[in-house]
Write a protein that binds this ligand. Sequence first.
Ligand code: ADP
Ligand code: MG
Length: 689
Amino acid sequence: MIDKPFETFSDLFTKVQIQKLNKLAIHNLFDLILYLPNRYEDRTRIFLIKDVSVGQSYQVQGQIKHVDVKYFPRKNLIVTIEDQSSALQMRFINFYPNQVKQFREGEWVRVFGELKQGSLFKEFIHPDYEIVNPDEALEQNFKPIYSLVSGIRQKTLATLIQKGIRYIKENNLFEEFFPELIKQKKFPPFIDAVDKLHCPPKPKEGEVIEETITSFRQRFIYDELLSNQLFFRGLYQARKLKQAPEIQFSLDLHNMVLKNIGFSLTKKQINAWHEIMDDLGKSIPMNRLLQGDVGSGKTVVASLAAFQAARSGYQVAFMAPTEILAEQHMSKLSSWLVGTSLRIELLTGSLSIKDKELLYKKIAAGEIDIVVGTHALFQEKVRFKSLAFYIIDEQHRFGVEQRLSLRRQNQVMGNLQAHQLMMSATPIPRTLSMSYFADMDISIINELPPGRQKISTRLFSAKKRNDLLKSIDHECSLGNQVYWVCPLIDESEKMQLETVINTHQKLQKYYQSHVVEIIHGKMKAKEKDKIMCDFKDGKINILVATSVIEVGVDVPNATLMVIENSERLGLSQLHQLRGRIGRGVKKSTCMLLFGDKLSDTAKKRLRIIYDHDDGFLIAEEDLKIRGPGEFLGLKQSGLPSLRIASLENDEAVLNEAKSDADKLLKIKHPSINSFLHCWLPNHEDIVNT
Ligand code: ADP
Ligand code: MG
């Protein structure tokens, strides 16, 4: 009941109220009660002005002494108030003439705000205030503060939420989903937790508000993480009941390919490969994430498995996020397959319609064993005859939702489902692999192939660009190649394009004797390709690029990378970019250029990337700074990011929720679906469509 649209309850809210709530993505009573306050304000007592200190928030009450409009040089309204202990002022920088009239000397005001140090007095800037009768009663409860959008006021929302909670209680609309579990854990009832989080009781003497509501928060955190675990563990266990083709292993083929590859695998590569082959040999569909830092050699591991699947008589799809990368894979895989009878083809968006049609036909007829390609691989028109295994490279470029939706499109042969392998160079921090990736098994390559040199990273103020230009000149004259990256920094592609083009022109002028070329997302695939080939072949000294080079491209002779505006990039992205160099035996350097005014977060980020080259550590830090929602791109996913639980702080609860979810799934508890329907309204679409 509680997750039915508001309209179901005709006596609850008006149309206008419902519209307002919809603006906050609140569509039913459950959404409404889940919309928790960000913080609380203590309006239950009044502080004496002599007792308040700068930097904190207080409620005070005083009598108006002066009302002045001063020029500073802009117009400011200054209202001085005084209580029995001392005085302070309220400052309004934007105000209406009416507001000035409202403040009359001798009147009493009750003010709430954060105290700042003004030039003479302590002051509140744009505080919340009310003209009062000095004896007016105080609030009994802490005031919840919600995040809002324009057109809705705190008070309106708080009132609607209170009304909703009352309505649920009066009509008994909420029942515990798993009452036995809750009782056993001695948790407070969910609806009490909701009540107390929206309208917390006054803290006891010596207690802060956070302590007062701890047990209620814990209940909420538990339920939220339980929903997350039921969803992802549910997917995990449902998969175990499905059937997949068993892949046979051919040692002959394996040895032949290894000869073509020409290097031997690292220990960690061999481990990962074994894990994958074990899965492929079973009749349960694999769903595995292969994660390993940039340059750790994931491609070869995935390819060895792909070849075995193809040798077993099935088809394999190998998908990369960009054409450049798909082509690079194509050329690598083809060279490794020399001498075998396996047939491999490339399918990208830039093929002519005729060539595409032909390819579709061959794929449908089973005349191709391995298809390498971009997104084009997963279009309706591509019908495999016997797809048994598909590989998705650079998974971090696709959000969680896209990851799950690829499985939806997963083509089934009869009742068989294909095995899936995803690769990611952005390591997934542990708490994330336990939550948003809990439907997958994970293999890790945490070792680089031998002979790699450590990349040295330097921070460079953009003002010193001229010094940099000289050292690049030197680098090029040694025969080394340079990436000059102007990354995507805001939504405006046009502006970004301008930056790249300008930079290219400037560098071209400066380096008359070097070949300076440009590559960016707006170029045709063919052009991009030509540039990338020329760069690989050493025909270009300096390549000015947008972040199209971020993923996968392999040019061992590139030893220097300059990244403009590095302070504005995310940590994982910087790490990915930097991973484009240091791929050969020569020493590589990454120069991070930064602008004038560095924010504290930006400084922190640059410090981390400067100090560390361990992708796992960098990803953990990135997760801390950005939070899981942004880290995973959950916004577009239909899966809400966590509202109250924090993966970092609530790991213990996450563990508990996991084992409880497994138990509930095991006994097929009848309330699982309705519980999930409340917490993750789109979950069925994500799983089924
Ligand atoms: P990533 O994990 O970033 O996708 P790649 O698969 O592109 O890394 O591998 C990076 C480079 O290292 C490639 O040129 C690849 O051929 C090479 N490589 C991979 N494994 C080994 C190995 N065991 N020994 C030497 N070179 C290797
Ligand atoms: Mg790769």
